[in-house]
Design a protein around this ligand. Structure first.
Ligand code: MF3
Ligand code: CO
Ligand code: CO
Length: 261
């Protein structure tokens, strides 16, 4: 069941979206060799609470921390840990979801750790970013979810990478994960028709090698089956009553026109 949002509700969702995005702006300064993923978690957690938000991942279906930190071959849902310190050349996805005024704002970005980044890691990160925007450009009143997936898959595979199948984008609102599912692969013209009142994420996970993932014994950490690298970017979008498509998780820096990557 898709829960449609009024224009007023979509506008209200900007508060959560803006807080999550602001956190991604701010955490960038702390992503350096030697920092632990738990330190990044704690910075985001404390800022969220201080600004009246709730970190949605904490205790969500038993998830133990406030953000997801997914390094190198981790596809998604990496659990922050004091034992995991970032190293020169790592790539990390930081996924932040805040609840403000009862609504969720869900967004993630990649960060490159240090200066010495393997060329393939940088290219994968750039391709995953381009995939998010190929998906966003496919969103129109009357388009279908398959149009989003097809655009992403075509670009990713054309660049020699693969698209994760096991995790998908999702409707979002007062509930973290709502209908519809947004597949990041598939066929144009197929799937749910998009229209006014729909609010959902696009969050393609792009792998260096095979698209398959396996979940580690902690029940959360999803890693590539071949231990190749994985990269992901995420935005929350809404479609207003007049058909306008809005990104609800643009940050102050993005709005100010900072180059996206
Ligand atoms: N933010 C993730 C998403 O994009 C979900 C994280 S659920 C958690 O949907 F429990 F792992 F935090
Ligand atoms: Co999401
Ligand atoms: Co997310």
């Amino acid at each position: 069941m898709i829960v449609l949002k009024s224009d007023a509700e979509i506008d209200a969702m900007r508060s959560a979206g803006r807080l999550s995005a602001t956190l991604l702006d701010l955490i960038g300064d702390y992503v350096k060799p030697g920092v632990s993923t738990l330190e990044l978690n704690d910075i985001v957690h404390d800022y969220t609470v201080k600004h009246g938000g709730i970190p949605a991942p904490l205790n969500y279906k038993g998830f133990p921390k406030s953000i997801c930190t997914s390094v190198n071959e981790v596809v998604c849902h990496g659990i922050p840990s004091s034992k995991q310190k970032l190293k020169e050349g790592d790539i990390i996805n930081i996924d932040v979801t805040s609840i403000v005024d009862g609504f969720h704002g869900d967004t993630s970005r990649m960060y490159l750790v240090g200066q010495n980044i393997p060329p393939v890691a940088r290219r994968l990160t750039e391709v995953a970013h381009a995939c998010l925007f190929k998906g966003i450009e496919a969103v129109h009143d009357g388009a279908r979810t398959g149009d989003i997936g097809a655009a992403i898959q075509r670009y990713a595979e054309g660049q020699g990478f693969s698209v994760v199948r096991e995790f998908v984008g999702h409707g979002i609102g007062r509930v973290f994960h709502e209908d519809p599912q947004i597949l990041h692969y598939g066929q144009a013209g197929k799937g749910t028709r998009l229209g006014p009142g729909m609010v959902f994420t696009i969050e393609p996970m792009i792998n260096e090698g095979h698209w398959k993932v396996k979940v580690q014994r902690d029940g959360w950490t999803a890693v590539t089956i071949d231990n190749g690298l994985s990269a992901q970017w995420e935005h929350t979008l809404g479609i207003k009553s007049d058909g306008e498509v809005v990104i609800l998780t643009e940050s102050p820096l993005e709005i100010a026109g900072r180059p996206k990557m």
